[in-house]
Design a protein around this ligand. Structure first.
Ligand SMILES: *Cc1c(COP(=O)(O)O)cnc(C)c1O
Length: 236
């Protein structure tokens, strides 16, 4: 069989090992950074069947990250209800209506248009939404996120909205095998702390770090790491 057999015990044991190792690495990174606060481990579920996602919930994961609206809608009703769900992928304005009642935070707000659309749908459905602004911290043409020089305008706009609350920032820095993403993590940490002083307690979330670089992200203050392949294995 070339396909992964999803209830194969070996695969589940692998996920369990992965989970334990990642949790331990996060603990060490917190210690090394002298941090006393916590980091949430988010399981990024793209391409992963809901049975496997729910197995990760049994291990202790309580936060899921969704990238693709269509795929999410197909799996949503089967997910373990104890998990919170955050939307982390590129989000088109016309898809907002499908997710506002299903997620508790959106990490990928990168335009006034999108912020406004989320606010509008929250207002009409009588709920509030926590949001993060995604910052294109490496100024990469290929990546989503707001450019750092447009950030203050967008942040100001978001804080003026009635039904969304800006809680912080998300970033996907350029990958550099020589540890070079640290300078981007450091910039994000500075932005985060600037906004904490400017806006106070509402700013409490810094979402950065993925499978390849989460330990470095924790060293620079991340408190949500978004992990896919290091937990579930390589996506095919
Ligand atoms: C896929 C994805 C991740 C996880 O990536 P891995 O390298 O597999 O850990 C994290 N954040 C976002 C926004 C993603 O799209």
């Amino acid at each position: 069989m070339t396909e992964k057999s999803y209830f194969n015990n070996e695969y589940l044991l692998q996920i369990k090992d992965n989970y334990n190792r990642i949790a331990e690495n996060i603990g060490k990174a917190l210690n090394n950074a002298g941090r006393r606060d916590k980091v949430r481990l988010m399981a990024v579920t793209k391409t992963v069947p809901y049975e496997i996602v729910n197995y990760s919930a049994e291990l202790g994961i309580d936060l899921l990250g969704e990238n693709r609206v269509q795929e999410f809608l197909g799996k949503y009703e089967y997910y373990d209800r104890k998990c919170q769900i955050h939307f982390i992928g590129a989000l088109q304005s016309n898809k907002v209506k499908y997710i506002v009642d299903k997620v508790s935070m959106i990490h990928s707000v990168d335009s006034i248009k999108l912020a406004n659309e989320i606010n509008k749908h929250c207002k009409s459905s009588g709920r509030k939404m926590d949001i993060l602004i995604e910052v294109n911290i490496g100024n990469e043409a290929s990546k989503s996120g707001v450019d750092p020089d447009k950030l203050s305008e967008l942040a100001e706009y978001c804080t003026s909205l009635s039904d969304v609350t800006l809680r912080g920032f998300m970033a996907i820095p350029p990958i550099d095998i020589n540890g070079g993403s640290c300078k981007y993590f450091e910039r994000m940490e500075r932005i985060y702390s600037d906004y904490k002083s400017k806006l106070g307690g509402q700013i409490d979330t810094l979402s950065m770090g993925m499978s390849a670089d989460y330990e470095n992200a924790v060293a620079y203050g991340s408190n949500i790491v978004r992990i896919g392949s290091a937990l579930f294995g390589k996506r095919s």
